[in-house]
Design a protein around this ligand. Sequence first.
Ligand code: ADP
Ligand code: MG
Ligand code: ZN
Length: 503
Amino acid sequence: MDAMIAAASELLDYDQVIADFDPVLGLEVHVELGTVTKMFCGCPTAFGADPNTQVCPVCIGLPGSLPVANAKAIESAIRIGLALNCSIRPSSVFARKNYFYPDQPKNYQISQYDEPIAHDGYLEVLLPDGTPWRVEIERAHMEEDTGKSLHIGGSGRIHGASHSLLDYNRAGVPLVEIVTKPIVGAGVRAPEVARAYVTALRDLLKALDVSDVRMDQGSLRCDANVSLMRKDATEFGTRTETKNVNSLKSVEVAVRHEMRRQAAILEAGGEIIQETRHFHEEDGTTSAGRRKETAEDYRYFPEPDLPPVQPDPAWIDELGTTLPEMPWVRRTRIQEEWGVSDEVMRDLVNVGAIDLIIETVDAGAGAEAARGWWVSFLAQQANSRGVELSGLSITPGQVATIIGLVDEGKLTTKLGQQVATAVLDGEGEPEQIVADRGLEVVRDDSALQKAVDEALAANPDIAEKIRGGKVQAAGKIVGDVMKATRGQADPARVKELVLAACQ
Ligand code: ADP
Ligand code: MG
Ligand code: ZN
């Protein structure tokens, strides 16, 4: 027993996990639809309103209230199903999933069970090195979201809290849950397959414009099921389900952690318990949640207050024609337009730069300059500020403005970077920063001439060399002038002035 407890807190080396086991994954992604109103009532869905201001008898489950399904939500669910290459069920039913939880005011959740609206599809995913991977989709079904519990006092978790508050604004917001078939055979790549899948799904949902897919606001949430099979096993092992993994990186981290944790237990002769687990963002670990209910515990039965969903086949066909250009098709098209290699394109995708570059170009910048800014200077800034590229507080429009100022020769690249840094630090708009700080390139030759003369006078030996025909020696003088003008001179013009002075 002691050995088991010790093992439970240990992690097996990842290489050893892979040597001894095959991982099996199952990903459940909940996406909050961007409909204006809730799934079964007319309450607004806007994020961030005062608690319990967006509720009505239907979504807080008062007796006698009756739900009506939101047509726009059904439309979104069908479009998601079609985009995932699923079959759309001609008649699908809502079901009551019974369980008590304080943030679930009706004591049941309206979901779909054995007849989900979409089933049996797939999503083609590209791994970071460009390897394609097909993830099979089991189903996509409609359901409603729960409210939110806020635990007051202590760390924000229920343990150690003095009391809890409930906000039902989110109760009844439409969700589509997308569930994969077991993902087998990924081996060492299982964590990256998980991340690549959620990334591809997020991009697809964004292209469909059915959700704002903000993982940080919970509009896209991933539960990661992980189990291990010994190399010679013929049946899947017992899985755990790590809930609410709320960033793309965390999906990868959580899967990897679960693989190492489970392997340590199995190697020590222990057993995996089928349970939910909480993910801890701070250190990338998971901890035990509740023992997993089985389907029977939920006493599913068809929702008696709602008719089956029977979309007209003609409508489904019509929705099929509204699908946007799929992200992977768009990606190929953009790569051709930009004329970049597979490798460069992959890097652009991996750092999440594609949309930002396109928006920067749309705002008037050249494609090459836009690419350069996002993948070098701004990528470094994102890195040092510990955020994703899209999380930087500079807009593509502002980047385009700075690129424009550099193109016009009003700023050097270096000055442009200073302006960008100031924008990132919240100092305002680029033009304003240039004006406030007097950052424009010094165009005034007489001011430059003075700095050139001073630099030459301070370095007589170098001046002599230049006069003797050693043009390369001018570099040091140009550098000194740039320093003296705090980077505000145009280096090419300075060089001309230096050479002219040494004629
Ligand atoms: P639950 O209601 O328990 O969440 P679901 O059917 O909604 O179950 O989702 C379970 C997910 O786990 C699916 O993606 C499924 O493919 C996957 N899965 C099933 N068995 C295993 C297993 N042994 N190991 C890993 N994943 C599994
Ligand atoms: Mg589930
Ligand atoms: Zn309501």
